[in-house]
Write a protein that binds this ligand. Sequence first.
Ligand code: SIN
Length: 315
Amino acid sequence: MRAPNPLRLLEGRYPLNDRPGGLSGLGAVLPAVDLTEEFTQEEIDVIQQASHDAGGIVVFPDQTKLTPAHHVAFARQLGEIEPHAVAAGIDGYPEVLEIVREADAKVVFGEDWHSDNSFMQQTCSFSILRGTGVMPRRGSNDTLFSSTEAAYAALSPHMQNFLGTLTAYHSANKAYGAGSAGNSFAAMQNTAHGQNAMRMRVEAPILDTDYAHPVVTVHPDTGRRSLFVSPTFTKHIHGMSAEESTALLSFIYSWIAKPQFSQRVSWSKHQVTMWDNRSLSHKGIADILDERRIVHRVSIRGHAPFGVEGWQRCA
Ligand code: SIN
């Protein structure tokens, strides 16, 4: 019997959005992949390479048979799962973060730009987000991505070199700590009309620890450089005054948010979108808040991010 060809997973692959003038290469749809399958390592390599080739966004449509167990099993094939350090998982699957957006939500989880788990020492490689049966109309409440690699590449060499010398502190407390209204903690508490449909962990020691990461990171597989700060989790740049740090971070945030680096992923029921947090920043757009939306996220633990200095290809 002939061994199955891993490239079968790329059959029918097409770009997510081929609009002229934009980053048309950002994002690919892989209609031939059925995520309930158990993949060989070669097949996992093909899926990861498809993600690298598409700047870090891969969409798997119509995963109608996918259960939380399949979701977790697929994620495990990509690496070790990192359960969310502040929110609790769903019953039976502590690895699955359920992101609930009520029809009358005032604060939305993940609404501002971020890279998942950048507040951890070992940050997130891939996130795998699954649309459940509870999804709003297509084209509303999409997920917006920005290629932080394209944003880095578009900077002047002087700015690239300068940012490559810096590190910045990332903090879970900034996003989830009590006391700052409008943050994701408030969003979680305010789901289900105050009944806290998004569950919090009883203890979250990460709220007491910040980690410093390079402002410019290097992707361990592709060697591509990226801007690794976000308004959601980054607190300040090491060694700078508050005024200097705030001004520089504001510039980087507005630079990353430029439309020419972005890609919008619309959702269908049972769609799965996988993205690479080392190449992208993302945010959940909250534009039409009159329908419920429930998505499930599983995230893969990566590594402590590599900076430009002393970086060597891992392979
Ligand atoms: C997230 O930040 O992981 C969630 C994005 C979304 O809800 O679209």
